[in-house]
Design a protein around this ligand. Sequence first.
Ligand SMILES: Nc1ncnc2c1ncn2[C@@H]1O[C@H](COP(=O)(O)OP(=O)(O)OP(=O)(O)O)[C@@H](O)[C@H]1O
Ligand SMILES: [Mg+2]
Length: 358
Amino acid sequence: MTYSERLLIGQSAPMKEVRRLIELAAPSTTTILVQGETGVGKEVVARAIHEQSERKGKLVSVNCSAIPSELLESELFGHEKGAFTGAEKTRAGRFEMANGGTLFLDEIGDMPLPLQAKLLRALESRTIQRVGGGTDVPVDFRLVCATHQNIEADIEQGKFRADLFYRINVFPVQLPALAQRAVDIPLLVKALCDRMVKENKQLAVPTFSESAFAELMRYPWPGNVRELRNVLERACLLFPGRQVEGPEIANNLLKIKVPDPVEEQDALWEATADMAPIIFDNEPTEAPLPHPSHYQDWFSFFDNIDMRRHLQDVEVVLIEAALRKSDGMISAAADSLKLRRTTLIEKMKKFMIEKPVN
Ligand SMILES: Nc1ncnc2c1ncn2[C@@H]1O[C@H](COP(=O)(O)OP(=O)(O)OP(=O)(O)O)[C@@H](O)[C@H]1O
Ligand SMILES: [Mg+2]
């Protein structure tokens, strides 16, 4: 198993492509630019590149947006004794610490313009100058940069130097958002849970039913893998050692809501329904409909609503869904809508809804 396979979980086509790119580029000293939304794994990619490169030195990370700009220069390039008030000793910067290894510049888009010039010089000459020092210090570094910003737009606004961009964008790696590779979610859930248990042996990770996975795979994940990890951590606390069902994902984990003990009991009954003899002949539970009262505040947010059109839209969606469920059987669809068969046919004509063909 390669480093990138171990670190970067996922069998989706875009993830395989990312690993292929890493394996191609890692052994060289080519500068790599990792791009992708927040939480997609840019830092993981930097680590995978470093491990796979088998460079003897360390992986040294600098988050350009987390260090105040007036400190960033000396952090990166180091300083000579007496270079500024407080510089009591000569200190090596992160470039020198990364000698023989990899320097990871995270959030490169936030690097202040004057420093961009200095970075460009370091990249071209492979030497650096400490703050307050006049000599060029040669450094053998491999540069990996990352950003979640659109650097091209920053260039147009004069916030990022175009010449530096061409220097760092030698080998771009674009990480796909989690929603674009939802097929990876089951593998990621397993890997992230294993990791959590390793870190904290007391954790009782839950298991996830098929419907739970379906919910996880439907969610848009704006915070990507980091958000998934947070949801799993929450699941460990709310459902320790238990099987989590689909509705609980939607109701308790994606929206933060502590499970209600009564609902909880219902969920348990549902989960164990096929094990226990049927004692209760319960009415089927009501489906979670959007409540009519939700429209009460409509005019606090909007000036108007095309009510007739809106209600028709709802009708169309429900009729089509019912027809799909009944495989096009009109009377069954009418039953599930609690309509008379003839009423349904009239509505289908009015809205020009066709029966689905299998
Ligand atoms: N493909 C993956 N396989 C396993 N773990 C992953 C993967 N992608 C991301 N992670 C995990 O998700 C979390 C977020 O990843 P990371 O910090 O690398 O994201 P990022 O892209 O750097 O985010 P940001 O832009 O917010 O800095 C980490 O805990 C990381 O271990
Ligand atoms: Mg990061």
